[in-house]
Structures are given as C-alpha cells and as structure tokens.
Design a protein around this ligand. Sequence first.
Ligand code: ADP
Ligand code: MG
Length: 727
Amino acid sequence: MSRIRFSLLQETLNRKPIKVIQKDKRSTLFGQNVFNKHAMQQYLTRSAYESVMNAIDLGTKIDRKIADQVAVSMKDWAISKGATHYTHWFQPLTGATAEKHDAFFESINGSLAMEKFDGEQLVQQEPDASSFPNGGIRNTFEARGYTAWDPTSPAFIYETTLCIPTIFVAYTGEALDNKTPLLRALQAIDTYATAVCKYFDKNANKVIATLGWEQEFFLIDDALILARPDLQLTGRTLLGSLPAKGQQLDDHYFGTIPARAMSFMQDLEQECMLLGIPVKTRHNEVAPNQFEVAPIFEEANLAVDHNSLLMDVMQKVSRRHKFKVLLHEKPFSGINGSGKHNNWSLSTSKGVNLLSPGKTPMKNLQFLTFFINTIKAVCDYEEILSASIATASNEYRLGANEAPSTIMSVFVGNQLSAVLDELENVTKGKLSPQEKTDLKLNIIGKIPEILLDNTDRNRTSPFAFTGNKFEFRAVGSLTNCAIPMTVLNTIVAKQLKEFKIEVDELIDKKGLKKDEAIFNILREYIKDSKTIRFEGDSYCDSWQKEAVKRGLSNFKTTPEALKEKISNKAISLFEKMDVMSKVELEARYEIDLESYAKKVLIEAGVLVDIARNQVVPTAIIYQNTLLENTKNLKEIFSDEYKNIAKEQLELIMIISNHITQINALVVKMETEKIKSEKYSGLKLAEHCSNKVKPFLIKIRHHCDQLEALVDDNLWPLTKYRELFFTK
Ligand code: ADP
Ligand code: MG
C-alpha cells in the first residue's frame, strides 16, 4: 500500500464515533425550529392565524396587513430561538436549494439599531439571481427574478437563520424553480381528484397528493476522498477495479449499522426532528457503506421541501462526523447504485387514502377508480414520466440490473392482476347497463382481504403498487422529487379530468346509473392500459424485446429521453393542465441538456487529469522498476539462460500497451471535447453522449487493468476495497 494511502487509512481507523447527546425525547424535539401550527397559535393573532390556515387549506390570498402581522410574529419567534438572519429559501433549476442571508438587524440614521422584518420582506424578495439557470427566460423577457412566500410550507430555523420557503419566478410570471410547477400540479390534482371523489362522497372538498421518499446514499470517510479527485469533483469514481469481495454475500443489507455511521444517523435524525422532517426508518442498504433514511409520508409539497432540506442537512452533519455523503446515483461501478423511491398516493382532507381499499364495495369502487386511472395515466404518458427522471447521473444506474430498467412499466401483483382480468371479462359488449352490478360488487368486495397478504413485491419494477400506494422506484437519489412529482400528479390529474367527462356522458346521455357508468369506463381503461402492466422480471432481456413489441419507449440515453419534455404531446398536456407553458418547458429542456453536457465534459476533464497525471506516471515508475530488474538479471545471468526475466518482459509489454492505449484514447477524447465547443443544446448533449462518453469507459478499462498490475505500494488513488471496508 502506498504511504499516502496508508496514512489516510490510519487516520480513518483512528476515528471514534462522535458521541451524540440526545437533547430531548424525539417527540419533544419534533418541529421545535418550525413556525408550525403550534408556534403560529402562540404568536399570531386569531385573524392572522386563520388567514394563514385558509391560505394553506384553500389557497386564499393573504393580504398585506396580515402579512405584516405574520412577519413581525415570525421574527419575534425566530429571535426568541436565537435566529439572527432570515432568508428566502428556494429551489432553483440547479436541482439544489438556494439562500441568501440578511440580518434582521437594521440601523436607523446611522446610530439607532433595531431588528426589522415586515410583510414586505416576508412576501417578496428580488435576489440577485442572474447566475441561476433560466433557460433563456430572463434573457428574452425581463431580467428580474422574484422569490415569493409559499405559506403552505412552514418557515424554519436552520443554523440561526430563519428560512422562508418561497417560489422563484421571473418578472413575467414564468417559473424559474422546481417548486412553482409542482404547486400548480398539486392544484390540478386537487381539482380533478376532488371532482371524481364526489362520486363517492358528496362532501369531498379537497384531495392532497402524499409523498414518502426513501433516500439512499453512501457514506465514505472524508480522508479517503482526499486521494480520489474523481469523487471530489464529480461525486462518482471514474475508475477503480472491484475488490474480490463486494456485495456478493449480501452481508451489509439490513446488517448492524457501523458505529460511526450510526452516530452520524443519530445526529442527522436529531437535526431532522428539530426541522420537523419526520424521519422514521434507517437501515443499511445492499452495497457496502450504503444506507437509507425514510420519513413518514407527508403532503407532497412539504415532503419535497423536506427532502431538499435533508440533502443539505446531510452534507452539513456529515462534515462533523468526517464523512462525505455521496448522493450520486452510481458512485461505484460494479455495485448497486442509489435511488430515491417516491411513494405516492392521494388522500382526502379527512385523511382517507384513495389508493387503499375500504370495507365496503363502494369504497372499493373508489379505490379501483383511482388505481385504474393512475395505471392509465402512466400508460398514456410513460415517455414523459421516464423523461422526468432522466439525468446524467441516473443514466449510470437505470437498467444496470440492480435498478429499474429504462422502460416504464407498472407492477400490480398477482392478486390485483386477477381482479383486473376478472373485471375486464365480466361483460362482453362495450356498454352493459343490463348487467347485474352484484356480480362486480362481488369481485371487488374481495379486494381488502387479498391485499392483506400483499407479499409479492417485485423489486425490479420502476412503478409498483405496494398495497396502498404506488412506488415510483426509478427516481434517482440526487433528483429533486419536485420534478417527477410534477409530472406524475399532472398526468393523473389529466386522466381523472377525462374520466369524469366520460362517466358523466354515460350518465347524462345513456342514462346509466353512476356505478354502472364508472364500471364501464374502468373496464375500457383496463383494456387500454394493458401494455404498461408487467409482472415479470424487468431486468430480463426478454422484457426488452417484449416492450418493443408493446410499443413502449426505451430511451438508451438521457438526451433521447429529454426530448420528450418538449414533444407536442407534453406541451399540450402541461399547458392544458395549467402546469407549465411552452416557454417554461423549453427553458427547462435547455437547462437539462446543458447540465447533462456539462456533467459529461467535467467527467472527461477529470479523467484526463487522473489518467495523465496519476495513472500513467505511476505505471511508468513500475515499468522502470521492471526494466531495471530485467537489465540486472540479464547482466548477471548473461546468455546462459535464454528465458531470463521473461515474465518481467511480458509485463513490461502489457503495461506499455495500456499506457499507449490510454494516451491515444485521451487524445481522441480531448479532440471530441474540443469539437463539442461548436455545438449547443441538443446537438451538444448528443455529442457528449455519443462521442465523449464512450471514451470514459474505454479509458477506465485500461486504468483499471493497470491498477490490478501495478505495485500496490505505488498506486496513488484510494482503492475500492479501502473506500468500502473502513468503518
Ligand atoms: P418499504 O417500501 O421500504 O418497505 P414502506 O412501504 O413501509 O417501506 O414505506 C416507504 C415509504 O412509503 C415511507 O416513507 C412511508 O411513509 C411511505 N408511505 C406509506 N403510505 C403512504 C401513502 N399513503 N402515501 C405516500 N407515501 C406513503
Ligand atoms: Mg419502499
């Protein structure tokens, strides 16, 4: 082992878990730093409180006078908790979160100092945001961007700063963030799901989308990262050969959490409690040093904010524990990558889960309505849903035989498949008002019992029904959940809108009874959406062939998938549902393409550096040792032994060959990199995908071969086995 690696490892091994002092009971800590209902009740006047609650529940506007009151109370509350600054906290199109802190402190006439924060500062800010990606929106229109308070997500204090969740929009109203379209999609699902809900409950007045994410990540000691420029700069390893022991024995999954990781988790959970992020589950994942945290599900907008916040808090807490959190979908080749399952459902304001079968046949008809409409929506918009999770980093994970395939499909389990088949075949003709409803009620009456034993779980499916919710598993660990959640809620809203029109038509024009009409439409949907249902192994090659036959999309590259974001179908969908305009969609598309290209080009640049400055020089040093050795042997044994130093010579040739190949490939990749400067937009992304990216794999191959040959004492980069097996 090289001296540098040895000393880094030693540093790692000498580390002790930080003792995390449990400040209080979890339930007492929960939400302490959140301006939640409880805090608002204490600090706001009754009318201000009611006004905020109405804004949350009914989407009503908060007038300026009330906003002033809320601001003053919020400030008093924050200062009482030690806050000194405030910020509008938003989620620009970088996928991360952004904040710019201002002190409450203000001086008047240069002398008198006071704490100031009023409605004006609460409601709207104009951050100097010219460096955030905007996809041309702010160039073509007015250059200014505004952040505006989102009262549906409560303000919170993090590290002495009051953070006010906001949306970020251009002067002309276009969304410049991930949250604005999400809020519009949630509005759409509320409108159309509530309308459908009224078939089953006349008093239904609101439907919310619920989201429970499961965040996977790797924890690596930060000392070991010092000798990995690739991990430092790109979040993933661009080279590294697999150790003999990886994850074959499955001995990490659900194993005892290592002490340092455990202390990190406890610390993280404590921070989460204070911030009102209801994390509940923690466990080891399949790959070495891979873990997962998951909260109790929440209303989708809040859950999205909480996930973005969590990713931030993780990085901050990890520094205290001398860890680096890797959120990249595929930090290591040859072992599992990380995802972020998005568990999604719909719930009434009374807390009734619409994707959970009830006790009566009518409740089950409600369940089937939302269940089948969701399947139909995914079937009709599979390509747009796929595009929502296509990124440069998730591309390395999807379809890698450990993560969902790149083909979208829905898994419902044997028993529900049988129910759908039975319902489909219950009648022959298209419309059947004469059919006895009893028969169908008999079928659906059985649903709760069969779901009790919903043990068949297909881990290979990208979109699976898991008893009382759908689990969108293809989402990447780095992805901002707002993006897939915007698409999913929009397509289901669109589907429910159509469903309502079709059912009403049968009732009004054909005189069908309500549940007959619902049955008939659902039956047609079952037929129409069969292509998306797949119960088998999505990792299997035969599924690829089958999917082609079914006409499902299978995007091999991210740019190919991204194109779907601006198809006529997508534009029409998002415009009709008032979620995104053509301008907004095109802006996002441009940003996605650019971000993809930049990521590939950065990886190429980093690999060139490592190959040239570290791998090749190391190989040459070892080669020289071999040459020296050969020369010496030949000198001593002269011509007596013909085969003297034969192995060394062979090794020298092999190493030579790898060095030659690396040098040649690096030059070729650099040429392609330079060529890329001519392009922009889709052309640039395609060039990076088709011409630059393949070299990453080729160069890596030779580097990894050298790693396996070269004297371990010389190798400069921390090896996979060291990254994985230090606790
Ligand atoms: P796993 O899939 O790992 O077995 P669970 O299915 O129990 O774990 O839960 C995973 C996530 O699904 C959790 O965050 C949980 O809160 C969430 N979840 C459970 N019910 C719902 C629901 N109705 N809507 C959204 N998310 C839900
Ligand atoms: Mg799950």
